[in-house]
Design a protein around this ligand. Structure first.
Ligand code: SF4
Length: 200
């Protein structure tokens, strides 16, 4: 059976790709390396969700030894906070580490569950995955897993896996709640200017 080191961004995103790979007689070994996920409690929750996926689907996993990586991720970003540019850095650092790990383990092919998300920059992930694989003399398993978006959601509901409300980094959390935070900011501003500091 062919083996693939599958970078896993989170538990729910792994469900559909793992199912598809198994249907093709490929057994993925899951690799969790995501220093982009903040804050710590959210990171911990996603680790627990992936452990649950692993238990419920018999998926073998390996974890990156560095664990929670806020500083590492911010260092890699070098101050880039704009969506798009920062995501390219974020994809690349995770996929390069996946390629490094695969090389060390003697696994010839890598892939990523990032290819499942409708909200990611799909072509950029494919390009980054191919470049990282090539750099380490590996293959990149590409498939447009987005076609199974709804199926993956249904499976995660059946298995009662935690589904996170934002991509992972603190900037994506800000963007997720931007409208709500603008409304709150407006209220705070009005209260401070008009009512002497009292919230309505
Ligand atoms: S939005 Fe997601 S992919 Fe983009 S930088 Fe943040 S965590 Fe990484």
């Amino acid at each position: 059976m062919k083996k693939v080191l599958l970078h896993i961004c989170c538990g729910p995103c792994a469900l559909y790709p793992v199912k598809v790979m198994r249907e093709k007689s490929i057994e993925p070994l899951g690799f969790f390396y995501n220093p982009n996920i903040h804050p710590f409690k959210e990171f911990e929750r996603r680790v627990e969700a992936l452990e649950m996926v692993s238990n419920k689907t018999d998926l073998s996993l390996i974890w990156d030894s560095r664990g929670y990586g806020l500083k590492e991720w911010l260092d890699a970003l070098k101050g880039e906070s704009n969506h798009g540019a920062r995501c390219l850095i974020c994809y690349h650092m995770r996929l390069e580490q996946t390629a490094r790990k695969a090389k060390k383990l003697g696994i010839k092919t890598i892939s990523t569950t990032l290819l499942y998300s409708r909200y990611q920059l799909h072509e950029a992930i494919k390009d980054s995955g191919e470049r990282c694989a090539k750099k380490y003399g590996l293959n990149f398993y590409y498939e447009d897993f987005r076609k199974g978006w709804m199926e993956g959601i249904e499976i995660s509901k059946e298995l009662e896996i935690y589904r996170q409300p934002y991509c992972g980094c603190i900037f994506s959390e800000y963007e997720r709640y931007e409208k709500v935070s603008k409304r709150l900011n407006k209220r705070l501003f009005e209260a401070s200017e008009i009512k002497g500091g009292e919230l309505s």
